[in-house]
Design a protein around this ligand. Structure first.
Ligand code: F6R
Length: 233
């Protein structure tokens, strides 16, 4: 793993932007994207730039089950707001949270098989999840329906009026699907990610800490702020 420790999320945004730029220059055309708060500084740096994704495809990691794309907390809505409305791709895929799970899983895996991901950006859950793959998810999992853990629901409640409004299920690329990406960038900021970062980098590779599998990927870069890196030895 290549580890880049930066001062804060703004500096991380610039560092993340540089990696996207390099990927484009090297001919990458399929970008796996994440939502949540972490990648926003990178997306802001990209959308403020002259990078051109109009010949590229984006494939998002995950989506809440049961939220329509018009819901402000749906990941499709968030991606439109922060990225696609400002910097369009030729095609942008996000799981459809309103589709039946079985059909959506097949549809999404087919999209990924037809468009292998060149570069995947990830955030990190406080419990070490990547995508919505919670602790205990099989390392060889493909796109699947996920039951969100109490800790993830609690962490995401800040975006909803009421914790009861947070969906209990999501559709997510699996860990096996994520590991198929040719190159991966994981970003993590803040002290509340420090323990998961330490275990991801220095702990055993275990399904109890999904991100630990990244130790086995040949091409991973971490962009961490100082707080998230503070427990690394
Ligand atoms: C979202 C995703 C999640 C988040 C993680 C961190 O698409 O895949 O794994 O990256 O929950 O969320 P934030 O960035 O909000 O701290």
């Amino acid at each position: 793993m290549k580890i880049n420790i930066v001062k804060d999320s703004k500096a991380a945004g610039q560092a993340g932007y540089e990696l996207f730029k390099e990927q484009l220059e090297n001919g990458s055309t399929v970008f796996g994207l994440a939502t949540g708060s972490t990648p926003i500084s990178t997306y802001d740096a990209i959308t403020a730039s002259d990078l051109d994704f109009s010949n590229c495809i984006s494939i998002n990691l995950d989506e809440y089950a049961g939220l329509p794309d018009t819901h402000e907390q749906s990941y499709r809505y968030s991606m439109n707001q922060h990225f696609f409305s400002k910097k369009p791709f030729k095609e942008s895929y996000v799981p459809n949270g309103m589709n039946d799970a079985d059909a959506e899983i097949v549809r999404y895996e087919k999209i990924i098989a037809e468009n292998p991901v060149d570069f995947q950006i990830l955030g990190l859950g406080q419990n070490g999840h990547i995508g919505f793959n919670e602790p205990g998810t099989a390392f060889d999992s493909r796109t699947h329906k996920v039951t969100l853990t109490e800790s993830t629901i609690a962490a995401n409640a800040r975006f909803f009026d009421n914790e009861n409004d947070v969906p209990k299920f999501a559709y997510s690329m699996g860990i096996g699907t994520i590991m198929d990406a040719k190159s991966i960038l994981l970003e993590a900021f803040g002290e509340n990610k420090a323990e998961a970062v330490q275990k991801m980098v220095e702990g055993p590779v275990t399904e109890d800490l999904p991100a630990s599998i990244l130790q086995r990927h040949p091409n991973v870069t971490l962009i961490l702020d100082e707080a998230a890196a503070s427990k690394l030895s």
